[in-house]
Design a protein around this ligand. Sequence first.
Ligand SMILES: *[C@@H]1O[C@H](CO)[C@@H](O)[C@H](O)[C@H]1NC(C)=O
Ligand SMILES: *[C@@H]1O[C@H](CO)[C@@H](O)[C@H](O)[C@H]1NC(C)=O
Ligand SMILES: *[C@@H]1O[C@H](CO)[C@@H](O)[C@H](O)[C@H]1NC(C)=O
Ligand SMILES: *[C@@H]1O[C@H](CO)[C@@H](O)[C@H](O)[C@H]1NC(C)=O
Ligand SMILES: *[C@@H]1O[C@H](CO)[C@@H](O)[C@H](O)[C@H]1NC(C)=O
Ligand SMILES: *[C@@H]1O[C@H](CO)[C@@H](O)[C@H](O)[C@H]1NC(C)=O
Ligand SMILES: *[C@@H]1O[C@H](CO)[C@@H](O)[C@H](O)[C@H]1NC(C)=O
Ligand SMILES: *[C@@H]1O[C@H](CO)[C@@H](O)[C@H](O)[C@H]1NC(C)=O
Length: 574
Amino acid sequence: MPALKRRYWIMATITIAAVLLGIILYFVLVPEDVPITRKKPHIIIIMADDLGRNDVGFHGSNQIPTPNIDALAYNGIILDKFYTQYACTPSRAALLTGNYPLRYGIHGSPIRAGQNRSLPEDVTTMPEHLKKLGYKTHLVGKWHLGAAYKKSTPLRRGFDTHFGYWHGFVGYFDYTAIYELTNETNAKGLDVHDGFQPVWSAQGKYATELFTEKAVEVIDGHDGDEPLFLFLAHLAPHTGTDGTELGVPNSTLSNIKYEYIKDPRRRLYADVVNLMDESVGKVVEKLSDKNMLQNSIILFLSDNGAQTVGVYENSGSNWPLRGLKLSEFEGGVRAAAAIFSPLFEKSGYVNKELIHLTDLLPTFFVAAGGDPETLGTIDGINQWDTLSKNLSTNRTEVLLNINEVENASAIITNSGRYKFLQGTYNSGSYDHHYGDGGRGPEVPPFSVSTILESSTYEAIRGLVTAPLTNDKVKELRAQTDLSWCRNDNETYPMDCRKGCLFNLDEDPCEITNIIETEKEIEGKLRGRLDDFKKVMVPQPEEVFDEASNPIFYNNTWCTWLDDDLCFKTPKLQK
Ligand SMILES: *[C@@H]1O[C@H](CO)[C@@H](O)[C@H](O)[C@H]1NC(C)=O
Ligand SMILES: *[C@@H]1O[C@H](CO)[C@@H](O)[C@H](O)[C@H]1NC(C)=O
Ligand SMILES: *[C@@H]1O[C@H](CO)[C@@H](O)[C@H](O)[C@H]1NC(C)=O
Ligand SMILES: *[C@@H]1O[C@H](CO)[C@@H](O)[C@H](O)[C@H]1NC(C)=O
Ligand SMILES: *[C@@H]1O[C@H](CO)[C@@H](O)[C@H](O)[C@H]1NC(C)=O
Ligand SMILES: *[C@@H]1O[C@H](CO)[C@@H](O)[C@H](O)[C@H]1NC(C)=O
Ligand SMILES: *[C@@H]1O[C@H](CO)[C@@H](O)[C@H](O)[C@H]1NC(C)=O
Ligand SMILES: *[C@@H]1O[C@H](CO)[C@@H](O)[C@H](O)[C@H]1NC(C)=O
C-alpha cells in the first residue's frame, strides 16, 4: 500500500510539473499578439446589383420589406459611409483586388460582351489570396471582369467553382443577354455557365431562386472544418435580357403585394428586391443548419447605386442622395451595406467611418489569419478593428474615380468631410435628385415583428447578445436617416463641369457648392487627383469583336478568343 501511494504521488507530481512547465513555456514562447489558433472564419459576400440606398429597410424606408437583410444589419454593423465605384465592373475589380480600378484601366464603362477587356492576369484576386490560407472558394452569379479568354474567367481567377454568368446581366428566366456588337447588329446569347459549360437546363427557373439554390448547395456540400469563401453575386435588382426586364415570378402578385407603390414598374422592382431578401434568409439558414454560422462573416452590399432613370433603368431609389449609378454623386457610390458576424467584439451599431470597397480584401485577409504585410502596397485598408472594436478608421480619403473618357473625377478627403467632383453625367441627365422616398402615409407602418419572424433572425437569435426591439431599431434608423439633407426647393441643374466642392457632413445631399469659399481645400483635392493621375492606366478604346457573336457558338456567349471548349455552330464557322 505505501508503495502504491508513493507511486501515485510521484505520478501526480510529475503531471502537475509538466502542466506548469507547459503553461510557462506557452507564455515564454508564444508572443502575446498571436491569437490562440481558432478556426478560420467562413466569409460570405452577398452582393446586390444596382440596389438603391433607399431600398433596404435599415435605411429607414418600409416601402420594400427586407427583413432578412435588416436582421443582419441591426444585429451586425450598418456601414453608413461605405463607398463603391460608380458601376459594376470597376466595383467588382476594387472588391476582388483591393486596389482602385484605375490602376488597371477598368475604371470606366463596364465591360460589355464582345469586348476584349479583363482584369489583368498578374493581379492577385481575393479568392486567390484566400486559397493560400486554405479556403475553398466559390462564385455564384455574376462575374463581369472579362470573358474573352478562358484565363479571364472565374475558374482561372481563383474560384474553385462558378455557377452563373460572365457578362453584365442576363434574363431573369431565359439567361440570355442582348448586346449591341456594332451599331447595326444586336447579338443575343445564353450566358449561364457551370464552369465553362453552358447550362441550357437553367432556362425557365427564376434567377434569384436558382442562384440561391446553388449557393445553398455550395454550403451544404462544404466540409465545415475547412474555411469557406462564398461570393453570391445576384442579378437582382439589375434589369435583365435587353436591359429593360424586371423579372418576377408572378407580376399579378407583385402588383397586389405592393399596390401602395404608385409607380407600377417600382412594384416589380420591390418584388425583385424582396425575393432577393428571401434568398439572404435561405443562405443564413443553411449556414446555421451546417453549424457554420457562429464562425461566419456575412457581408451584404450593393455594387453601386440604383439606376433610377436612363439606360438599364430599374426604378430603384437612392433618395435622398443626388445622382445615380454611373455618376460620382453620392447616389452612385454611397451604397447600401451591412456586415454581420458573431466574431465582432461590438455589434448592433451604425459605423460612420469612411470605408471603401477596396478595404474588404485586406480586412477579410486579416480575419482569415493572413499577414497583411504579404499583400504588399494596396489601396485597401484593413478595417477589422474599425468594425469589430468600433474604432476610428485609418482611412482618411477615398478616390472615387478619374474618368479621362467622360472627363469626370471625384475624391473625398478629411475622413469623409469634403468631396471634390468635376464633371457632368450623361449630358447632365444623371446629375439630379431622383427616386421614391418611400416614406409617405400610404406605406405600411414599421413593425419589428417582421424582422423577428425572418429566417435570418431565427438563425442568428442564439448568437446575439440582446434581442432586437422596436426602440433599438428606431435608434439605429435615426442614425442612418439622411432625409434632413434634402431640399426640394433647389433649382436645377447643378453644373459641376468646372468643379464642385461639397461638405458631406453638413450636406450629404450635395446641394450647396462651396468651391468659391474653400479655395484652399479645392486646391488640395485637385492636387490629390493629380497624384492619382500619375498611376492611372488609361482606358482602352471600346472595340467590339464580331467574332464573339453567339451565332457562332450555338447561341451562347463564349470565350471566343480561346474557344476550344466552346461548341461551335455547325456550318457557321468563322
Ligand atoms: C486582347 O487583349 C489582350 C490584352 O490587352 C491583348 O494582349 C490581346 O492581343 C488582345 N487580343 C485580341 C485578339 O485583340
Ligand atoms: C455605324 O458606325 C460606322 C462607324 O462609326 C459608320 O460609318 C456607319 O455609318 C454607322 N452605321 C449606322 C447605320 O449608323
Ligand atoms: C399569380 O398570383 C395571382 C394572385 O395571387 C394568382 O391568382 C395567380 O394564380 C398566380 N399565377 C400563377 C401563374 O401562379
Ligand atoms: C491604424 O494604423 C496603426 C498603425 O499601423 C495601427 O496600429 C492601428 O491599429 C490602426 N487602427 C485601426 C483601427 O485599425
Ligand atoms: C461606437 O462608437 C461611437 C462613436 O465613438 C459611439 O457613439 C457608439 O456608442 C459606439 N457604439 C458601440 C456599440 O460601441
Ligand atoms: C472630354 O474632354 C475632351 C478634351 O477636352 C473632349 O475632346 C471630349 O469630347 C470630352 N468628352 C466628354 C464625354 O465630354
Ligand atoms: C422651401 O421654400 C419654401 C417657400 O419659399 C420655404 O417656406 C421653405 O422653408 C423652403 N425649404 C427649405 C428647406 O429651404
Ligand atoms: C445547342 O443549343 C441547343 C439549344 O438551342 C441545346 O439544346 C443544345 O444542347 C446545344 N448543343 C450543345 C452541344 O451544347
